[in-house]
Design a protein around this ligand. Structure first.
Ligand code: GLN
Length: 289
């Protein structure tokens, strides 16, 4: 049976993507997944060969990505977040590195306040990355963790990820905080990476994002602020005193989201934090009294 070296396969896939004006790096990510290799083992296997059959299957996926823009994470079914692998599909937002910074900010705040017995809720949990990562990173503080999502299909993915990572999360289906309001639950830390892009911006976005991430995860009316407005309005009914709010935001929404919080909670200490690129990316608020 004819074979091709792994090196040659990688070269061909990368140039195919480059010629199609796609990110050549996708060739490596997909090859690692197809061959079940780590980056280190790939480098030491470059002279090994793969069968023509395996190469064609690999190139079919490369071509599919090149022609449709399907994200590599939908082809592999996984994305890494905060050092862990999460299952993803078309029903959930693919985890973004910016959201890892939200985890850092929350962990710092909880450590600083040294708060045990916290009840946390991840609103719009999607694949469950925030809730599950916090369950592990804050394990010492023994939080109780709730997570909500409007989409039943997203919750299937989130629950699967919860099981894979042995995180004990209470999942609820419903609009933002409404399931908690219905049950009379109270929380100490509200975290959310809600949809924050105005729908009019859709036309400017790359096909990989706008045609594959769910609209529900991306878009919110009123300059992308509608979800913050709804969540913060509902928060009035579920937050304990001295609660913490942690939001990921669009880089131009720092002032607007801070104002929404300050309007609803007069005694709030609100901070806008920047991401690694120096852009406003998070709003953290601590309620006082
Ligand atoms: N909480 C999930 C994440 O941060 C989903 C967010 C969303 O769908 N907007 O990836």
């Amino acid at each position: 049976m004819p074979t091709i070296t792994i090196y040659e396969a990688l070269r061909r896939a990368s140039s195919f993507l480059e010629n199609a004006s796609r990110e050549p790096k996708v060739a490596e990510i997909l090859l690692l997944h197809e061959l079940g290799l780590t980056k280190a083992s790939l480098i030491s296997s470059l002279r090994d060969s793969m069968t023509q059959e395996a190469f064609s299957a690999y190139m079919d996926k490369i071509k599919q990505h090149a022609t449709t823009g399907i994200p590599v994470q939908h082809l592999t079914g996984v994305e890494q977040f905060y050092g862990r692998d999460f299952t993803v599909n078309e029903h959930v937002l693919i985890p973004r590195p910016e959201t890892e910074e939200l985890i850092v900010a929350i962990c710092e705040t909880v450590r600083r306040k040294n708060r045990t017995d916290l009840t946390i809720c991840d609103v719009g949990t999607g694949s469950g990355i925030i809730a599950i990562t916090l369950a592990h990173e804050l394990a010492e503080w023994k939080p109780r963790i709730l997570a909500t999502d409007l989409s039943p299909e997203a919750l299937i993915v989130a629950k699967q990820n919860g099981r894979n990572h042995q995180a004990k999360i209470e999942f609820y289906q419903g609009d933002f905080l409404s399931p908690l309001m219905e049950k009379g639950e109270k929380i100490d830390l509200l975290v959310s990476n809600p949809p924050y892009i105005d729908p009019t911006e859709k036309k400017l976005m790359s096909d990989t994002v706008k045609n594959f991430d769910p609209d529900l995860a991306l878009f919110a009316p009123n300059h992308g602020l509608a979800a913050y407005e709804a969540i913060i309005q509902q928060a009035k009914f579920v937050l304990n005193k001295d609660a913490i709010l942690a939001f990921e935001i669009g880089y131009q929404q720092g002032m607007a989201v801070s104002d929404i919080i300050k309007t609803k909670f007069q005694h709030a200490k609100v901070n806008v934090l920047q991401d690694i690129n120096g852009k406003d990316r998070m709003v953290m608020a601590e309620l006082i009294g």
